[in-house]
Design a protein around this ligand. Structure first.
Ligand code: NCD
Ligand code: ZN
Ligand code: ZN
Length: 352
């Protein structure tokens, strides 16, 4: 094995479920999953059972991560359109990296449907910190319109459809402040995967057609899409199976432990070049979300060495992956965070 050193990677879109749903994941297990996957700085989303829309709930999360997390963690603030007075404090907080706005139904209770409330949010988030949108199709065109009107830094989360890639490309051509992230599952899977994976392939936005998937790879190639974000969204196996009460499976798939390996597979397959891995998982997210330098922080791995997803279990509490059994490349062997070795020979050694 000939190890190479890369920077500690950044994932700006994860759901670590604490507080409120720690039976799915918590800051300890979620940060272990991050480290196993080569990420040393991750940003947690606000859609907890009690949403992170007040500064009290934000501080609660900050304190929990101080006690439990093994890697660096930042936060996106949430909004339901009625917490505008909390924005000033959140904008100033060094722990907050953006504002998350939900324009479509997904896990959590923060959907904003009223156009007046949505406009209030855009006009009042008076900050260079990006507004991140979950906005599919038509909703995305509204978000792009508002982002342009108020000159906000707009980040399109988990872009998934061909028409959305075209919208972002057009907006960039016109000089709008807009960026986009894509998940590995939208790059690798199409709705065909539902046949074999069933509930395990259900997420928001839903998997698309082959033409969507190809448009996403093309969007990465011409820099319409700036980064890869895992959208690590763990749910238990029970929640992903249709139960006897016929309740629909929960939306979302875990991704922290497979994202980097899937990107090195893309290099192997000729989809991207090796430099792109660092660009999409470090350089661009760092610049766009203004992530501080991580001193004495790095990862060592050999991108030519294969491994099989799931062969050594998972660090994530949810204990499954939609990519189980797939051959990926470049499993992290060493992770050092802020001068402290946390992973050695592929195993986490430094527990809290
Ligand atoms: C996410 C979750 O479960 O928190 N689910 C998903 O399907 N992506 C929420 C989200 O990112 O939309
Ligand atoms: Zn979403
Ligand atoms: Zn998400």
């Amino acid at each position: 094995m000939s190890l190479q050193k890369i920077p500690g990677l950044i994932d700006i879109h994860v759901h670590l479920r604490e507080p409120g749903a720690t039976y799915k994941e918590d800051f300890y297990t979620g940060s272990r999953a991050a480290i196993a996957g080569g990420f040393t700085f991750i940003i947690d989303m606000p859609n907890n059972p009690t949403p992170t829309i007040s500064n009290i709930s934000l501080e609660e999360k900050v304190n929990l991560t101080k006690q439990k997390a093994l890697c660096n963690i930042g936060f996106h603030f949430g909004t339901n359109g009625k917490n505008i007075e909390e924005f000033k404090y959140a904008i100033k907080s060094p722990n907050v990296f953006g504002l998350k706005v939900y324009c479509n139904h997904t896990t959590g209770e923060m959907l904003i449907e009223d156009p007046k409330l949505l406009e209030d949010v855009f006009s009042n988030w008076n900050s260079k910190k990006p507004i991140l949108v979950h906005a599919e199709g038509e909703q995305l065109s509204t978000a792009i319109y508002l982002g342009n009107k108020y000159k906000r830094n707009l980040h399109v989360c988990h872009i998934s459809q061909k028409c959305e890639v075209e919208m972002v490309r057009e907006a960039k051509k016109k000089g709008q402040l807009i960026t986009a992230g894509v998940t590995p599952h939208h790059l690798y899977l199409t709705k065909e995967a539902l046949i074999s994976l069933k509930g395990y392939a259900m997420m928001k936005p839903p998997l698309g057609e082959d033409s969507d998937r190809e448009a996403l790879w093309a969007g990465l190639k011409d820099s319409t899409i700036d980064m890869v974000e895992s959208d690590h969204a763990p749910h238990t196996k029970e929640e992903k199976q249709t139960g006897p009460d016929n309740k629909a499976p929960a939306f979302g798939v875990p991704g922290l432990e497979t994202t980097l390996g899937l990107m090195y597979k893309a290099v192997k397959d000729g989809r991207i070049i090796e430099e792109d891995v660092i660009k999409f998982l470090y350089t661009n997210p760092k610049k766009i979300f203004n992530i501080p330098d991580q001193k004495d922080t790095y990862v060592e791995l050999d991108p030519s060495i294969p491994y099989i997803v799931g062969e050594n279990k998972y660090e994530s509490k949810c204990d499954w992956s939609p990519f189980e059994g797939m051959t990926l490349y470049g499993k992290p062997q060493t992770v050092v965070i802020n001068g402290k070795k946390i992973l050695e020979n592929g195993m986490i050694i430094n527990n809290k």
